[in-house]
Ligand binder design. Structure first.
Ligand code: TYD
Length: 223
């Protein structure tokens, strides 16, 4: 059966803090879109290609921490560049919907805000890594830090070691939440703040209320 394809695809990124439910929600949206016959790819950052997954390991293990936050930002961007060229751009060219778990807003927030990397430097890295592949929509899952930590702790098994960024304290998580909120305020066309409290089903409904009109707009342009 012929799948629905939208000219030049649609690029949707998911952002949010610890325990915000990003990963579950991206999967729910992916399966909903597939049921509706849209062609999708689900991917994540850092990662998505063999090279980017190797960089992911270097960063999240904490091995790059001693090189400093500027270098970490460069590594995230190098991984992004590979991911954009090998996965995201080709998928959009073949008219697919790309769902990506984290993208450059995470670099702005984690490296730019909580690790104090210069924003202008990060914007330059974005331009190089994205090379004109920009998200159509960014869904920012917003949840109180307490609730997010509760969810993340419940999910983490006793023997799982927290990664480089999960080790950071609640104050850093609070600063990140506010930074994501500010991005949503500054770029209301691209970014939508989604209330991530409540049940999975309730959050999925809030997400669909934003995604459905975007797909309708894109389909209308195609027609
Ligand atoms: P991951 O296991 O994918 O966590 P999450 O479920 O929180 O998305 O780990 C990715 C970690 O890397 C996460 O703590 C956020 C951080 N990160 C950055 O610091 N900068 C970035 O540009 C990206 C993409 C992620």
């Amino acid at each position: 059966m012929k799948k629905i394809s939208l000219k030049n695809g649609v690029f949707i990124t998911f952002e949010g803090g610890e325990g915000s439910g990003k990963s579950s929600q991206i999967k729910l949206l992916d399966s909903k879109l597939n049921k509706l016959d849209y062609e999708t790819i689900l991917t994540r950052e850092p990662g998505g290609t063999a090279g980017a997954e190797a960089i992911r390991h270097v960063i999240l293990s904490g091995s790059a921490e001693k090189l400093g936050a500027d270098v970490e930002a460069m590594l995230f961007s190098a991984a992004r560049s590979d991911h954009v060229e090998k996965v995201i751009r080709p998928a959009l060219k073949s008219n697919k919907i790309v769902l990506c778990d984290r993208f450059y807003d995470s670099t702005r927030v984690y490296q730019g805000v909580t690790s104090s990397v210069d924003m202008e430097f990060l914007y330059s890295l974005e331009r190089i890594a994205c090379d004109d592949v920009w998200p159509d929509l960014t869904l920012i899952l917003d949840l109180s830090v307490e609730e997010g930590m509760k969810r993340a702790n419940a999910r983490r098994s006793e023997d799982t070691v927290p990664d480089r960024f999960e080790k950071e304290d609640m104050q850093a998580q609070e600063i990140r939440r506010e930074a994501f909120q500010k991005i949503a305020e500054k770029e209301p066309e691209r970014c939508k703040l989604i209330d991530a409290s409540g049940s999975e089903k309730q959050v999925a409904k809030r997400i669909w209320e934003v995604v459905e009109p975007l797909l309708e707009r894109k389909s209308a342009k195609n027609g």
